[in-house]
Design a protein around this ligand. Structure first.
Ligand SMILES: CC(C)(COP(=O)(O)OP(=O)(O)OC[C@H]1O[C@@H](n2cnc3c(N)ncnc32)[C@H](O)[C@@H]1OP(=O)(O)O)[C@@H](O)C(=O)NCCC(=O)NCCS
Length: 202
């Protein structure tokens, strides 16, 4: 049976947070994360390719309040996770899972990390845990991510996860310097599970 004629498995709502990887814990955001969130969200280099920021303290306060409210519900379509680095015992970034199209078993994810911790494979480690959970525990069929074409660090993460560049969108998102072009990357459950020894959390 190919991916095309397989029946769609309905995503299961069992609670799958927190997640643990060798260096990280992915968990619900907490009140005590405020300063660590502001540290990355106020950095112009971090938000360079985003359609938000740099944040004032007041904006980050409002954002965290929304995440804390969101974290009280389960199941939910958007799960924003604090990424905590065990070695320093604090939030170093955030990764978001979205149940994009439940009927099609399609989810998406996005991430942002404090610049101090870039280029150490940490985002790839966190995203790998989210994608693995989506396919193995939630029964998702397809996972998507997108980014500004100039954001090499971001699409490198997607490629290291084994995702395929499927589309180039022209002027689809308003960035800080005008309408940006974006890449869409995707991976199917079968493809992820076929590379399971590299991708498995265990
Ligand atoms: C995107 C982001 C989360 C990546 O986090 P990270 O922890 O540095 O990611 P990783 O270390 O797992 O992988 C990054 C890869 O990109 C590569 N990279 C980063 N900048 C690069 C550049 N300018 N040119 C070429 N490669 C680059 C790194 O070398 C690394 O690849 P490698 O492991 O093959 O050497 C981080 O850069 C970030 O927070 N950026 C700002 C927010 C953002 O843009 N989020 C994504 C929105 S779509």
């Amino acid at each position: 049976m190919t991916t095309i004629d397989k029946p769609i498995r309905k995503p299961r709502p069992a609670r799958w947070l927190p997640l643990e990887t060798p260096r990280l814990i992915l968990r619900d955001p907490r009140e005590g994360d405020l300063d660590d969130i502001q540290a990355y969200a106020s950095d112009p280099e971090v938000v360079r390719y985003m359609n938000w920021g740099p944040n004032t303290h007041a904006v980050t306060r409002t954002v965290l309040d929304g995440w804390l409210k969101q974290a009280r519900r389960w199941p939910r379509r958007t799960v924003t996770m604090a990424v905590e680095l065990k070695a320093v015992d604090r939030l170093i970034g955030v990764i978001r899972f979205g149940l994009w199209d439940p009927a099609a078993g399609t989810g998406d994810f996005g991430y942002v990390f404090n610049r101090t911790y870039w280029n150490q494979g940490l985002c790839t480690e966190a995203a790998s845990a989210v994608v693995d959970t989506a396919f193995r525990r939630m029964g998702m069929r397809r996972m998507l991510a997108n980014c500004d074409v100039r954001n090499t660090g971001s699409w490198r993460v997607m490629e290291k996860l084994g995702m395929r560049r499927e589309a180039l969108f022209h002027h689809d998102v308003m960035a800080h310097d005008g309408w940006r072009n974006s890449y869409l990357y995707a991976i199917l459950a079968d493809e992820w599970l076929a590379g399971s020894s590299a991708n498995s959390l265990s």
